[in-house]
Design a protein around this ligand. Sequence first.
Ligand SMILES: [Zn+2]
Length: 124
Amino acid sequence: MTNSTEQATKGQGGLTRAALFGLCPCCAAHTLWDAPAGFAPSCRSCALVFADYEPRGRGLYIVLLPLTFLLAAGALKLDDAVRPPLWLMLGLMVAVVPGVIIGVLRLTKAALLIARLRAEGVLA
Ligand SMILES: [Zn+2]
C-alpha cells in the first residue's frame, strides 16, 4: 500500500468515525456532538475547542440547498411511481427527511473539522 493510499484510507475512517459515532478526531473520545448536528463546545477528554472550527451560517447552504432539492424531487418521484396513501407519504417524509439532513450535516461538519484541523497542523 502506498503512502497516499494510507493517507486517504486513514482520513475516510476518521471522517466516518467522527460523523457517525461522534469521536474526537484527536483523542477518539465520544465527545464531538452535543446536538444532533452541532458540535460540543470542546472535547471533555483532550480539551480541543470544537467551537472554533464549527462551520456556521450560510456556508452550509451550499450543501443544504441541493439536498433539499433532491429530497423534494425524490418525494415527488416516489409519489408518482408508487402512489402511496397521503398518511404513509407524510409519515415517511417525517421519518426520512430529518435523518438524511442530520446525517449529511454531520458528514459535512466532520469533514470540515478534520480539514481545518489538518490545515492548522493539529492533526497529522
Ligand atoms: Zn478529544
